[in-house]
Design a binder for this molecule. Structure first.
Ligand code: COA
Length: 416
């Protein structure tokens, strides 16, 4: 089946997570993604947190499927020559090196634009160009702190907290993918390539939009009515950490279900949405609350919302998280069991939709990965195993016109 990005050639100069997540997604959708890696070692994630000695780590295999791997020392003159050839015939170059690394290698935006004016050059950095921290190297958790996620995540009596979700890495990669696709559509109109830059700080902040909303509300009125601190606690002049409170104006909390004493994930997320109040009261066997002035409105409920949650927990005490959701769904109440990675890995619906995909790898056998979260009516992305280091070096060089002898010479001089 042909794919929308068939024919788009991408030089994938990325490593770790932010860049690879972006190029992997473009590869799923049909782009020819050539991952350029240092001979001998390759992407550092190939050997990070290995579970099988000598075999590419899951960290690598789960972020580099559907790609080809070319080993190339781009600091050596012969390596630069190969790269220049590749640049001349590619549509996109994606990189997430530390600040200035590409310039130091001799491939500034000006040089790349001169080599191929139609090429889109896409970069991830920790901070945006011109920012007072734009010289810093950045990893995931650093970005979560820089983008406002850490100061607003966790409990008010604990320290700033990092989310397990890759808000700094994969999220930035997704922003970059949108930027690249936009630039490709732009190029169809203008015939010109352009530079696309996304910073991890900006991408995290984009997801913390509602916290900037809350800062402005706090500045104006001095409190935030949907936070647990209201109305009995104190607010300072910055958005506090709100524990498990809902961010959209509907109070919600993580509530204990049957077995919570021994199972750390025997919980559901329960939302007390305004218009669902009546069904909530019926579902939990408290019909008398429907018209009780102490419970009837969101304002009336807020001062004793934790007492309400406690009553709901009493109702949940003899129900597993799955049984509870099965009751609540009949009343149209937004809720979900707190699912573990083990439960997600074995979820039949996620397997059927391809969101959890089982993939074959030449050396490790089969492994699970997260497939495309984007579903199309005319295309089902097929996830293939990640490439071994340099698996496609010969194929790519031959495609650039190198003879067998020339490739052998490049190998001997450790350029590839
Ligand atoms: N051949 C030769 N040299 C290569 C090469 C290749 N194929 N690929 C990379 N290199 C060189 C680079 O040119 C650079 O050399 P230089 O610093 O001497 O100029 C060197 O490898 C190291 O690159 P760098 O990206 O700085 O690696 P690092 O391990 O020191 O830092 C990060 C890692 C992730 C912190 C850094 O790349 C970074 O901040 N990236 C931007 C933000 C980001 O994406 N963070 C990670 C999110 S998962």
């Amino acid at each position: 089946m042909s794919k929308p990005l068939d024919g788009v050639k991408i030089i994938d100069f990325t490593h770790v997570q932010a860049g690879p997540a972006c190029t992997q997604m473009l590869a799923w959708f049909g782009a020819d993604v050539i991952k350029v890696e240092r001979p001998g070692s390759g992407d550092v994630t190939r050997s990070q947190l290995r579970d099988i000695p000598g075999v590419d780590a899951l960290y690598f295999t789960m972020l580099n499927s559907n790609k080809r791997s070319l080993t190339l020392d781009t600091k050596k003159p012969e390596g630069k020559e190969v790269l220049e050839k590749l640049i001349r015939e590619s549509d996109v170059l994606v990189e997430n090196f530390g600040p200035g690394a590409l310039d130091r290698m001799g491939f500034s935006w000006e040089r790349l634009n001169e080599l191929n004016p139609k090429m889109i050059v896409a970069s991830v950095k920790g901070f945006s160009d011109g920012h007072h921290y734009d010289d810093l190297k950045v990893y995931e958790n650093v970005a979560q702190c820089a983008g406002g996620a850490a100061s607003t995540t966790g409990f008010w009596d604990g320290p700033p907290t990092i989310s397990a979700a890759a808000l700094g890495d994969s999220n930035t990669g997704m922003h970059l993918a949108i930027g690249i696709l936009t630039a490709l559509i732009g190029r169809d109109k203008t015939g010109k390539g352009q530079k696309v830059a996304v910073s991890m700080q900006d991408s995290v902040l984009n997801l913390c939009r509602v916290k900037l909303r809350d800062q402005q509300r706090l500045d104006r009125v001095g409190y935030l009515e949907e936070y647990p601190q209201y109305p009995h606690g104190e607010f300072s002049d910055v958005v506090p950490r709100g524990g498990n409170a809902g961010g959209g104006g509907q109070p919600g909390w993580v509530l204990k279900c049957k077995g919570w004493e021994t199972d750390a994930n025997a919980y559901i997320y329960f939302t007390v949405q305004g218009h669902a109040w009546e069904p909530i009261c019926r579902a939990i066997g408290r019909p008398e609350w429907i018209d009780d002035p102490a419970y009837k409105t969101a304002e009336a409920r807020q001062p004793h919302i934790f007492e309400i949650f406690k009553t709901i927990e009493e109702w949940l005490a003899d129900k597993t998280k799955f049984e509870a959701v099965d009751v609540l769904r009949k009343f149209d109440i937004p809720c979900s069991p707190v699912l573990t990675m083990k439960e997600l890995a074995n979820d039949p619906s996620l397997r059927a939709s391809g969101t959890i995909a089982e993939v074959q790898h030449k050396e490790r056998g089969s492994y699970l990965t997260v497939g495309s979260p984007i579903k199309f009516s005319d295309m089902k992305p097929e996830i293939t195993g990640s490439p071994l280091l340099g698996e496609h070096t010969e194929e790519v060089l031959a495609g650039l016109g190198y003879s067998r002898n020339q490739i052998e010479n490049l190998r001997e001089s450790k350029v590839v």
